[in-house]
Design a protein around this ligand. Structure first.
Ligand code: MG
Length: 371
């Protein structure tokens, strides 16, 4: 039998001295008895997976709006791909994989419907009313909005997980685990957006020849005569590119940890030099891939159309609710009493999936729909 205590012991033996150990956690806001068979971080991970906000990721847009096709990434599949990349990196560096997985699974919970449209529209609408930012919203969800327990609001996650989700905040206590998740996020979307963009026919193989990472992968495939089939060649190329980024990040970070040196989690929190990063050589290549995706995919007229349409849905729903809050369901009106109408509407819309937002739009704006 493997008890929590045995798992904690194993962390001590297995993990690097600079890894965050679950037994050293600063704990939860509302104190709870520890679980018999799960460490504190494993328990947090399970709380995320069982949350309502996590299930909604399935019908939220990453880049392509959900009904555009069945094979594009959604926020959920992005989250899963990113989490496994982050865990691979963390494991290789002997970091706390459970903490990494928990932060990874929760990192996009705060996104609204329609991808970036959600973030852009809500932050414009909330100007002068406390603002909107998806990382802050993620924390609001796990600390307040999820309702699952009788003794406290939110999920009562450990300090380390919440710190991992708290980005851009002053006085944040960062961990190597949280930084790894950040980098894995970029690795995951660079890889899968390229894949989705090609699948959608929005990206052109000719244009891609200017992207060094792609060119390198393509050359390798040709030299090894791996396949003549374009679909398989694309898959191999993307796999090679992801692997290149992951391997480079692991070796460069390991080097920096040694050089600094980082010997405890505290050393990392105090360190002024960037530790989790690509080599200079790869940084340039990754930037050029990002730039390519920005110009050819995120700014592609069809993607902009999708995003702008999403923004309009959100703006119109928002204005309608705020102009007459009596149209809101009872649980949202109850929140409005506590947090004000604007914040309650913002939380409500941010929580919507693409699917729900579209249905709601139809219910409220098309005369023949039932309300
Ligand atoms: Mg993400």
């Amino acid at each position: 039998m493997i008890t929590r205590r045995a798992l904690e012991e194993r962390e001590r033996e297995w993990l690097a001295p600079y890894a965050v150990k679950s037994v050293d956690s600063k704990g939860r806001v509302y104190s709870e008895k520890e679980h018999d068979f799960r460490t504190a971080f494993q328990r947090d991970r399970d709380r995320i997976i069982h949350s309502t906000a996590f299930r909604r990721l399935e019908y939220k847009t990453q880049v392509f709006v959900n009904h555009e096709g069945d094979h594009y990434r959604t926020r959920l599949t992005h989250t899963l791909e990113m989490s496994q990349i982050a865990r691979t990196i963390g494991r290789a560096l002997r970091l706390n994989e459970d903490l990494i997985e928990t932060i990874a699974l929760a990192h996009d919970l705060g996104h609204g419907p329609f991808g970036h449209a959600g973030q852009d529209a809500l932050s414009e609408l909330m100007k002068g009313h406390g603002g909107f930012e998806h990382n802050a919203q993620c924390l609001r969800i796990v600390e307040k909005l999820e309702e699952s327990y009788s003794g406290f609001p939110g999920l009562n996650l450990t300090f380390e997980v919440r710190e991992g989700l708290r980005k851009h905040a002053k006085n944040r206590v960062p961990s190597l685990e949280a930084e790894i998740v950040d980098c894995a996020d970029a690795i995951a979307y660079n890889g899968h957006d390229l894949d989705d963009g090609l699948r959608a026919g929005l990206l052109d193989f000719k244009d891609l020849e200017k992207v060094q990472l792609w060119k390198g992968a393509d050359r390798y495939i040709r030299e090894k005569a791996l396949s003549q089939n374009q679909t398989i060649r694309t898959k191999i190329a993307i796999r090679l590119i992801i692997n290149r980024m992951v391997s480079d990040l692991i070796s460069e970070t390991a080097k920096n940890i040694k050089k600094c040196p980082i010997e405890t989690p505290g050393d990392f929190a105090r360190s002024q030099t960037p530790v989790v990063r690509f080599s200079n050589h790869l940084t340039k290549k990754v930037s050029s891939l990002k730039e390519f995706l920005m110009n050819h995919l995120y700014l592609h007229y069809r993607v902009v159309r999708m995003t702008e349409k999403g923004k309009r849905f959100i703006q119109e729903l928002f204005r309608l609710y705020v102009s007459k809050p009596e149209q809101l369901p009872p649980q949202v009106r109850k929140r409005a009493k506590e947090d004000g109408v604007w914040r309650a509407v913002c939380d409500y819309i941010a929580g919507m999936t693409d699917r729900f937002a579209l249905d709601e739009y139809n219910r409220l704006f098309s005369p023949y729909e039932r309300v």
